[in-house]
Ligand binder design. Sequence first.
Ligand code: A2P
Length: 332
Amino acid sequence: MKKYNIAVVGATGMVGRTFLKVLEERNFPINNLYPMASKRSAGKKVTCQGREFEVEELTESSFDKDIDIALFSAGGDTSKKFSPIAASKGVIVVDNSSAFRMDDNVPLVVPEVNKDDIGKHKGIIANPNCSTIQAVVALKPLHEKYGLKRVVYSTYQAVSGSGVNGVRDLEEGLKGNDIKQCYPHPIANNCIPHIDVFMDNGYTKEEMKMINETHKILGSKDIKITATTVRVPVFDCHSESINVELEKDFNIEDIFKMYNESDDMVLMDDLDNNVYPLPSIAKGTDSVYVGRIRRDFSLDNGLNLWVVADNIRKGAATNAVQIAEVLIKEHM
Ligand code: A2P
């Protein structure tokens, strides 16, 4: 089997470390691995697939080597500067930042939803926002079968989505130290309806990301979408209430059957036994979980879903590695 040279940019970060774990778990065919980070981390060691690798400082010459694919998760500014440099040297970049997601020349991909867009890349492929990824996995089969008319997202997002500072704010807050290093308010015992910066239209950037990225991934700008994104005191896994208005009527039994038979989702919906998706169930897994499926009686063709996934894995690292798997299988 052919093996590939892989760079992991941001290898010491929360998502970067999970890239290494997921590459190992999925037995990705790695020849050489090049972990990269800032100067601070140069010389540190990381392990993957039983081998130890030394972290190198990311510089403009980092991609002068023979590298096939680079997985980036080192922030938008780093991606903006270094992804085009890597691509110009023939490296295919899978970028976890928001830097290129809405660029018309950059495919934005969730393999379960729009795998074929990968083939249109010109050197950079964008990994969507964590909240968007799990939502579109759930929405795709509904859109195909019944047509999406309107979607209302309400999210309950874990602090790990803010990186180490978010986790520290919650850890310290739970000990009674109400530090605010990451958020404008204490996150312990709180819900903060403010993720990323506010825009002129009163939405947060996170909310606009969910709306715009859903349109792009589903390839349909006509769907009416609104979103409220909320940071909650949960360490890992994002939960989402998704209210949907469909174009066509449906039988609720068919919706259950559709999710039950899906390879891409895990249906957890047994009300008699209090079974529904929870962050504690999704943590550490690669699945998207759906439950609390019920008709929304307040409108024609309305449906409610509760969708949970691990934001660092399926919402970031696993999705990027799945893109890389499609690349090597179908495009290299
Ligand atoms: P470092 O650990 O050397 O700072 P997180 O999202 O968990 O905060 O992780 C961010 C990742 O991006 C880390 O691996 C971090 O490296 C890396 N990083 C941040 N800024 C840069 C930069 N300017 N050049 C290269 N890597 C960077």
